[in-house]
Structure formats: C-alpha cells, structure tokens
Design a protein around this ligand. Sequence first.
Ligand SMILES: Cc1ncc(C[n+]2csc(CCOP(=O)(O)OP(=O)(O)O)c2C)c(N)n1
Ligand code: SF4
Ligand SMILES: [Mg+2]
Length: 303
Amino acid sequence: MTGIVSLPEREYVLSGNRACAGCGLGIGLRAIVKALDGKVVMTVPASCLTVLGGMYPVTSVEVPWINVAFPSTAAAAAGAAAGLRALGRGDELTVLAMAGDGGTADIGIQALSGAAERNDDFIYLCYDNEAYMNTGTQRSGLTPQGALTTTTWSGKRENPKDMPRIMEAHGIPYVASTSAVYPDDVFDKVAKARGLHGLRYVHMNTPCPAGWGFDPKDTVRLGKLAVQTGLVVLYEIEGGMFRLTGRSRALAKSQARTPVAEFVAAQSRFRGMDAKAVAALQAWVDERWSGYCARHTRTTEAG
Ligand SMILES: Cc1ncc(C[n+]2csc(CCOP(=O)(O)OP(=O)(O)O)c2C)c(N)n1
Ligand code: SF4
Ligand SMILES: [Mg+2]
C-alpha cells in the first residue's frame, strides 16, 4: 500500500490549469498519471477534464491525450489499444479512457458496455462529480437523490445508478471505487489495474465546489465526509472477490459512520431537502452499506 508521502514526486499535471479553484479532479488526475508513470495514452470526451487539459496549442497535462466525441470514449480507447498492439507497443503504454459521470453512465455507456463485453484491453476511469458540471450543472444518472441542479429544480427524485455494479456484471477482471481526496487509494488502484489486462474499471468520486455548493477550501473535507458517511465507499473487486479498502475498511470495523445529515448540511445543492428526505437518504445509505460489509466479510472469511 502506498502512503500519501511516498507517492512519486514526478508531476505530469502542471499547475495553472483552467479548472475551478478547489476542483477535486486535479487532485485525482495527478495520482492517476503518477500510477501509470506517465506511460499512458488517454481518450477524453467533452467535460471539465477537457477544460483542465487546456486548449490547443497549450496544455497542462504532459501525456498524450485524444479528445473524442462524447459517446465514443471507450470505442476510441479500444481502437488506440488495438493500434498500439499492432505497433508492438502494447506493453509499453497503457490506454486510459477517462470521462465524467454524464459521459460514462449516460452518454458513453453503450460503447463502454460493448468494450467490457469484449474485454478490450484498457483502463476506464469515471470521475464522478455527480452532474454535468462543464455545461452548468445538469442532472446525470449519477446525481444523488435530493440534489438541486438546473434540470432538477425541486431536487432529483431518483437514486443514482450503481455504475461499478453495472460494470461488475460484465465479468471484467477488475472493478474499483475510490475518491479523489484519497490520492494514495487512487494511486494503488490504478497501479494495480495497470498490472492487469482486459477492461479494468475505476470509479472515482470527485468533489466539485462549483456544482455541489461549498467553499473551495473544503474540497478534501467534503470528499472525506462522503466516505465517512458511507455515501461513497472505497473498495475493489478482483477475480470476483470484494474487499473494502482504506478508510471504508476501517469504518467497517468501527461501525462509526457519520450521519448523512452532516454531509447534506454542508452543501447548497441539498438545501431543498427536508428531514423526511434526509431520513430516506440515510436509509438508502444504510442498506447499501450493510451489503458492502456483508460482501467484505464473506471475502475475508473465505481467506
Ligand atoms: C454529443 C454531445 N452532447 C452534449 C455535449 C455538451 N456537453 C459538453 S460537456 C457536457 C457535460 C459532461 O458531463 P460529465 O460527463 O459529467 O463531465 P463534467 O462536465 O461533469 O466533468 C455536455 C453535456 C457535447 N459536447 N456533445
Ligand atoms: S465545475 Fe466542478 S468539476 Fe468542473 S472544473 Fe469546476 S470544480 Fe472542477
Ligand atoms: Mg460530471
């Protein structure tokens, strides 16, 4: 396990990019590219990630990066992986498809599902800031229930899709859930994915001060609070075996989760939620959490 102070010092994401102050995406991206030693070719659709990357002829990221049409991130990555293999460079460079929650769970899911079914050889990383942020905060299939967006004026009514579970159902070799505010957890999971072959899926929760409605100085605090409540869970599934990791693993032992009400109260996107809505969200989190703990226990008991 990598500790936060032992992450490689080499930086591939330069300072002075165009993301908002306090954006969680930059924190996560730095750890991701470090875990790949910069030996990566990325495919990226329209998103805050494109904005962070910058406009030609300048860029803030020192790795090759192909901007692709919104629905085709996974298809482009499959093509890039096949091309590298044909050139005999398949072992030298990892292909990383990286898209937002809208570009993954809604608009890109068809190409992603096809690539997973074929077990194409690349890492797909969804950074989940829980709405279409680049275009001004519209709801996505991963926006949490109760959140106000410009297309859910009275709060979103539905719970988000469980994207890692959808990917697990494809029978791919590796699925992981992480958070950008735990760069060591991000690093370890991407490094592990790098050492495997086939379609590897990593889901990264990414706090967004602009869209969630909190002060940019609180990005890490909010991201950690999401994990502390059990709304975001750190885990990995390898060869069908489910394991909690990092802070979530410690929480499963202590059973000392923070009430979701604390997380809700810290963001203006939830200002429309009444006590009943918060209780419903808590019940949803509790049920999912017991499912995760039960799966983790089954794995540890199986040795
Ligand atoms: C086919 C297509 N539809 C819509 C858009 C407009 N668009 C660009 S970025 C974006 C939001 C992307 O949301 P997400 O994937 O969650 O990434 P985020 O902006 O949150 O980082 C949209 C709707 C587009 N570029 N192409
Ligand atoms: S809108 Fe959110 S995700 Fe996008 S750059 Fe700003 S803080 Fe980051
Ligand atoms: Mg998004």
